[in-house]
Design a protein around this ligand. Structure first.
Ligand code: FNR
Length: 364
């Protein structure tokens, strides 16, 4: 359908489902095993209810923010997803260009199908970029990749910490089996996925490596894939600049909780123990299941600085390339303005936990 007929982010998914190569769609849409966490990522947002305030002058609404020191037109970013070309020939380049025109930040994937330099070249000269890293066993390779990112002006390094073993994504396995293709995964491995992944990803990565990253780069360091209060606290204690509370879009450990629910716990814990964050610049992000401006704002209410989108933007890209991603961001920006006005706020820093009711979140 014509792009003008698309009115929300679910519409892009419906288009991608019918127009994408079925194997490509299976790769994008798959979650682990029974896909309980994949569904829960969406459902948990719907169990958070708003407490709107009225009779506030909401004529001028400002949704701009900064994330890790970089300006952003709205508190969302494009999360790293491997193999963007599966959905569209322009892949990561389309995402970089759309991020530039819409003023949002792109987290460039370690395993994009375009080269890192090509992606950076597709971005505007002053466009802030982040880089997602899978930590290779070979620390010399890691150093080289990290230095290359720093040299090209990348602002922050997102170290993926939730993938010492690749989740069992059965839709993906079946589609490849039926197509007579070999296994592959988020890590860009072809052939025997598990074996190759353990060869690539350092399964011995630990908390002490955060200091090692600090020693090799001056970029901000963010841990992507934190899923508990305990690890959020450890991230602060190990001097990370931030965390992404994420379950990798339901593609790694099955039956973990939705990021919005974990965020609510982490936020409450940090509020009860203000000494943990005292004097620190520590930013929290979440990703997983975001389809609505209201989802984004719920996370902001619960202490997130920004929210990442994976599949929603991949589907927009698959159907319509750069323009589709631009339209998806425009839809979200419109939803965010509407939602802020109806909540009775004019800037993001006015939002806090008093604007949400969490009773149903835990009950679900
Ligand atoms: C991902 N994700 C991911 N994460 C990462 O750190 N490195 C990677 O290479 C990939 N690759 C990847 C491929 C595909 C097809 C998907 C769907 C996801 C996870 C991604 O960054 C993010 O955490 C989730 O996509 C967020 O969930 P939603 O927005 O897809 O629901």
């Amino acid at each position: 359908p014509d792009l003008s007929k698309i009115i929300n982010l679910y519409d892009f998914e419906a288009v991608a489902r019918t127009t994408m190569d079925p194997n490509g769609f299976a790769y994008y849409s798959s979650g682990t095993e029974d896909e309980i966490t994949l569904r829960e990522n969406h459902n948990a947002f719907k169990r958070v209810y708003f407490n709107p305030r009225v009779l506030v002058d909401v004529t001028d609404v400002d949704q701009t923010t900064t994330m890790l020191g970089s300006p952003a037109a709205t508190p969302l970013y494009i999360s790293a997803t491997a193999m963007g070309k599966i959905g569209h020939e322009d892949g990561e380049l389309a995402l970089a260009r759309a991020a530039g025109t819409t003023g949002i930040i792109q987290m460039v994937p370690n395993l994009g199908l375009f080269g890192f330099d090509e992606i950076v070249d597709a971005a505007q000269p002053d466009q802030p970029l982040w880089f997602q890293l899978y930590v290779n066993r070979n620390k010399e390779i890691v150093k080289r990749i990290v230095r290359a990112a720093e040299t090209r002006g990348v602002k922050a390094l997102f170290v993926t910490v939730d993938a010492p073993h690749v989740g069992k994504r059965e839709k993906d396995m079946r589609s490849k089996f039926l197509a007579g293709r070999s296994d592959s995964d988020d890590n860009g491995n072809h052939g025997d996925g598990d074996k190759k992944t353990s060869a690539l990803i350092d399964t011995a990565l630990t908390w002490k490596d955060v200091a090692w990253f600090r020693s090799i780069t001056s970029m901000k360091i963010v841990l992507k894939g934190i899923q508990t209060v305990q690890d959020a606290v450890l991230a602060v204690q190990h001097h990370a600049d931030g965390i992404v509370i994420s379950n990798h879009g339901g593609r790694q450990l099955e039956t973990v909780r939705a990021p919005i629910e974990v965020l609510a716990d982490v936020n409450a814990y940090f509020k009860q123990h203000p000494e943990i964050l005292a004097g620190k610049q520590f930013e929290m992000f979440i990703d997983g299941g975001v389809r609505r401006g209201s989802d984004v704002l719920k996370a902001i209410c619960l202490g997130a600085r920004g929210v990442g989108l994976g599949r929603a933007l991949l589907y927009a890209m698959a159907g319509y390339g750069q323009e589709g991603v631009e339209k998806a961001v425009a839809i979200l920006k419109d939803e965010i303005v509407m939602c802020m006005r109806l909540l009775g706020v004019t800037s993001l820093n006015q939002l806090d936990e008093s604007y949400v009711d969490l009773a149903a979140l835990k009950g679900g």
